[in-house]
Design a protein around this ligand. Structure first.
Ligand code: PSV
Ligand code: MN
Length: 392
């Protein structure tokens, strides 16, 4: 067991300053291609999503931003949405573009061979950038569903050229204080080839743009058994790890709660982050969630997820780095491994309860929210209208 007093001032600072950005879409309904279940109280507007996200921050104290997805969060007055978020104690975070749900993008968006469709997709991104100026967001996140289903369907090479040209036009439209994130994913919705399938392709594409273009690593976007922490280390070395989309997977892009399926993988990732000084808020790495709650309560699901990240971060923070470096130098294979495992198996939950009490929070955010009556209140109030949904 560890207590707050066992932490060095630096470890304490890093714990205190850690923040996690929530996805607005986690609060809407989601599901699979088989069924999207509805839940009483599900938000119908971006405002209601923000109100729910603010609940997560109220009880955890570590989730002060919410990412938007356009057009899912399209609204008339983004200045008003921004003020509403601020009144609720949170900020609007990055803006996600969506060029994967319009019939025109059937054969690709930024990579499409038809210049008119490419222009439409580029314009959709320019629209997101215009929104960012109103929301005060500094990051545009791009994930594309582009790819092909059959060998020979299109030239993979020509599509890389078109991707670069389209991204360049988007990048040039951004102002100097805005960043671009390019997210990779190895398959789905395309099954034969995907235009940005891996960190190597994403890295090459962002490097060709400029210093303000970075890679977003979604933990669910790799083939089974991929050593994701190795990719984290490489992207940090390249200075291009811009953000995480955290979630968990058992099979494909399951979007389950981060740290639920494989907490040890999350620990290995956070160990690289801590070891390479990337936890510091000035490191430029944004820790975001990209999850859906198909069955479980959405607000509780987000609270659980934020706590999972915080718990695993605390475990990574207490690794004895001096002893580890010594064991590594002496080729003490089992000794080095034991040092990591000791930290992983340490129960940090009592220390984090102590940390919350010190910040004036309830030691048990999950229970405190469940007891607050907010869920029952919104279920009674939010009657009628169209519930927000991922796949709407
Ligand atoms: C794609 O699977 C993805 O990870 C991208 O980040 C999308 O924007 C997001 O999911 C939507 O949930
Ligand atoms: Mn993602």
């Amino acid at each position: 067991m560890v207590t707050l007093n066992d932490l060095t001032a630096e470890q304490r600072r890093l714990l205190d300053e850690q923040t996690i950005e929530l996805p607005s879409w986690a609060f809407g309904n989601s599901g699979t291609r088989f069924k999207v279940f509805t839940t009483p109280g599900t938000p119908r507007t971006p405002y209601e999503k923000i109100a729910d996200a603010a609940q997560v921050n109220k009880y955890t104290g570590i989730t002060p931003r919410v990412s938007l997805h356009i057009p899912w969060d399209e609204t008339e007055d983004y200045g008003k949405l921004r003020s509403y978020a601020e009144e609720n104690g949170i900020k609007l975070g990055n803006v996600n573009s969506n060029v994967f749900q319009d019939d025109d993008y059937k054969f690709g968006s930024l990579t499409n061979s038809d210049p008119a469709i490419r222009k439409k997709a580029i314009d959709a991104h320019k629209h997101c950038i215009d929104i960012m100026h109103q929301t005060g967001s500094d990051t545009l996140k791009i994930w594309l569903g582009d790819g092909t289903n059959y060998p020979g369907q299109d030239s993979m090479n020509a599509r890389q050229d078109r991707l670069h040209e389209s991204l360049s036009e988007i990048y040039d439209y951004m102002s100097d204080d805005q960043k671009l994130l390019l997210e990779y994913k190895f398959f789905e919705p395309a099954f034969y080839h995907t235009d940005v399938p891996d960190w190597g392709t994403a890295l090459l594409q962002v490097r060709a743009l400029g210093d303000r273009a970075m890679v977003c690593l979604d933990t669910g976007h790799h083939a089974p058994n991929t050593n994701v922490e190795f990719i984290v280390m490489q992207l940090l070395r390249a200075g291009r790890l811009g953000a995480f989309d955290f979630n968990s997977r058992f099979y494909a892009d399951d979007d389950l709660m981060v740290g639920a399926a494989d907490p040890f993988q999350l620990f290995r990732i956070m160990h690289e982050i801590v070891s390479l000084n990337a936890l510091d808020k000035d490191s430029g790495v944004n820790f975001m969630l990209d999850q859906c709650h198909n069955l479980e309560d959405k607000i509780l699901g987000e609270i659980r997820s934020a706590l999972n990240v915080q718990e695993i971060t605390a475990k990574a923070l207490i690794v004895d780095h001096e002893a580890l470096a010594k064991a590594q130098e002496e080729h003490d294979v089992l000794g080095a491994n034991n040092i990591l495992m000791d930290a992983f198996y340490t129960d940090v939950r009592p220390m984090l309860e102590e940390w919350r009490v010190a910040r004036g929070l309830d030691p048990d955010p999950y229970g405190a929210y469940a007891r607050s009556g907010y869920g029952e209140k919104v279920a009674a109030e939010r009657v009628g209208g169209q519930q927000a949904s991922w796949g709407a």
